[in-house]
Write a protein that binds this ligand. Sequence first.
Ligand SMILES: Nc1ncnc2c1ncn2[C@@H]1O[C@H](COP(=O)(O)OP(=O)(O)OP(=O)(O)O)[C@@H](O)[C@H]1O
Ligand SMILES: [Mg+2]
Length: 362
Amino acid sequence: MTTNTTGALIAPSRTAPAALILTADASLLDELLALAAAADVAPTTAHEPLAALASWTRAPVVLLGADLAEEVARIAPEKRPHVYVVAHQRAPDDLFRTALRIGAEQVVELGGSSGWLVELLADLTEQRAARGRVIGVIGGSGGAGATTFACALGQGAAKHGDAAVIDCDPQGPGLDRMLGLERTEGFRWDALCQTTGRLSARALRDALPHAGSLGVLSWYVGSGAQTLQAFAVREAISAARRGHETVVVDLPRTPDKLVDEVAARCDRLLIVTVGSVLGVSAAVRMRARFAGHPDVGLVLRGEGIDAADVESAVRLRVVAQMRDQPRLAEALDLGLGPLRSRRGPLARAVATVLGLPVEELL
Ligand SMILES: Nc1ncnc2c1ncn2[C@@H]1O[C@H](COP(=O)(O)OP(=O)(O)OP(=O)(O)O)[C@@H](O)[C@H]1O
Ligand SMILES: [Mg+2]
């Protein structure tokens, strides 16, 4: 991963639409390209106002260098929103008048505004960028199999595109360990907590330890007691969503405002529930905790119980039901992750949740 002078993580995106950077000033261009990369935006660049006219109206945002502002004002291109005139440092007074003639929203002095510009670029382009789905997995009761199912979902989703699993449980076994990646180098929470500013989607994707197309954000074992940091979790989920088709989040059951917030950010929430009286009554409590969430479903573990009975007791849909996966411990010991064979009950449940034919999982 590269770091620029502003400390931002640099990476161009594969998916974000272009912003237009129009300047003939090489050092301004360098600075703006770094900011665009930090925002995960792949810009179109031009140093000739006339040549840039085609992109002028189409780009979601235009960053116009102060050096070309007067020339652009003379050409008088069509007025459009989201044009920002950017100067290195203190903008001269007449630049504001020129910006007004162009219909620019603002004159931006780069010195103190780089973080703000990164946010702006990311926000103005993000709505059109690909947005991965985020699936949260939580156990209805302790040891229900949530962490195992989260890893299996990630493994299955990675067969169809970039996927990531995010470990939000500092007391858990470690998702990297469960996927055989505990010795693989890469970004873990401790490194993420040290970064500031907006995290680039591609930078995160490239930096995570990987098993094929599956990236894993987990805890660094050996750095003492660790807790989730609000800003790091928000940045991680936002960047992971922008950089992956599917993101699976393993959520701890402990009551915690931050966990509730992360759950609320998930498009879908799955409560892994053991098919027993105690398991079902724990799931009822969990349903109450996430009553405001628009898409909550159950993954039922156990075969001796009728899914319809569980549905009416918990008042949530059973999205998938599975019996225990044979030889799960062996697969985990070998560092292969829980989803080892497409014939097992775990693979069928994963395929159902992801809406994929089971043959496509492995
Ligand atoms: N689908 C499954 N088939 C068989 N065994 C399973 C399955 N899922 C989980 N287990 C076993 O159950 C135990 C608990 O699994 P796991 O850690 O995934 O549960 P959890 O809900 O995340 O637990 P915790 O409450 O500690 O977070 C482990 O020993 C695991 O191997
Ligand atoms: Mg767990």
